[in-house]
Each structure stands twice: as C-alpha cells, then as structure tokens.
Design a protein around this ligand. Structure first.
Ligand SMILES: [Zn+2]
Ligand SMILES: [Zn+2]
Length: 157
C-alpha cells in the first residue's frame, strides 16, 4: 500500500455541532442550530444565520422555532440522494457543483463509484483532483447540465 493512495471515504455522515434545541416546524423535528453534512469528504456546513435570530429579537444561539425550514438531518437525507461521487478522488459532488467529464478509458478512474453522463464519467473540479480536469458543466438535482445553466445551489438557506 502506498501512502499516496487516497483512501476513499465510505460513507456520508451527519454530525450535529450544537445542542438540539431548535424546533423545525416544516419537518416537525427538534434539531441543532448547526451541523456538518459530510458527503464523502465534501463538507456542507449548516448553520442558522444570525439574521434569523435578529428577526425574532432574541440572542444568537437562543432556542427558537423555525417555521419554514426542515432540520439539518432531513436536509442531509434529502441531499444524500442527489449527491454523486467523483470518480477520481471519491469526494461527493453536490447539486450546484461544477464538474468535469472524463473519457471512460481515462486512467485513475474508480468506476465502481462513478456516475456516467452519456459515455463520459463525472469528476469534480476540486484543486488537486484531476489536474487536467476541465469545466464541463454542473451537477444538479436532475443530473448533468452544461455550463452556465444551474437551477440549484446546495445551500441550507
Ligand atoms: Zn427533520
Ligand atoms: Zn475529485
């Protein structure tokens, strides 16, 4: 085993990073005000913005009720379905992320986790992943969309 071989993160992981004292009315769950949504190394930080507390006239960090959003765990479960993985580094690719496309014969592709677009294979555009990667478009909830056309950016708010 060479040290340089990247270990693929096997799972997506949800980690609350605050007390569970927020009521999310949209899904009915009690959840944290912040959480880390880890999609195979692609990290999405969930955090209730300060303006929400200001609008409610309470101190930042107070237990509050959010009426128009589901809890971060529900977000996590929802996003998990539409997150795919880079065939080169294995990290998650979220809707809104820019992607590269590789010929399926390219070297260093992990086809067991790959997502295909036609005859090509999806990779991420993260620095250090696939130095020859070129922007092809975006990943979206509905699949691949060529560059310049994006419907959804993965942002909790
Ligand atoms: Zn929920
Ligand atoms: Zn990658």
């Amino acid at each position: 085993m060479s040290d340089s071989s990247k270990v693929l993160v096997a799972e997506a992981k949800y980690t609350p990073t605050s007390l569970l004292d927020i009521i999310y009315e949209k899904c009915g769950h009690v959840g944290p005000s912040s959480a880390v949504l880890d999609f195979y190394g692609r990290i999405v930080d969930f955090k209730i913005p300060e303006r929400i507390y200001q609008e409610k006239n309470v101190e930042v960090g107070s237990p509050i009720t959010i009426d128009d959003h589901s809890c971060p765990k529900c977000d996590f479960e929802k996003f998990k379905i539409v997150v795919i993985r880079c065939a080169v580094c294995g990290e998650g690719i979220c809707p809104g992320d820019e992607i590269a496309l590789y010929a399926k014969e390219s070297k260093a592709l992990n086809l067991s986790i790959a997502t295909r677009v036609g005859e090509e294979i999806v990779g991420c555009l993260k620095q250090g992943c696939g130095p020859a990667a070129a922007l092809a478009g975006r990943w979206t909830e509905n699949g691949f969309e060529p560059f310049d056309f994006s419907k959804m950016v993965i942002q909790p708010w």
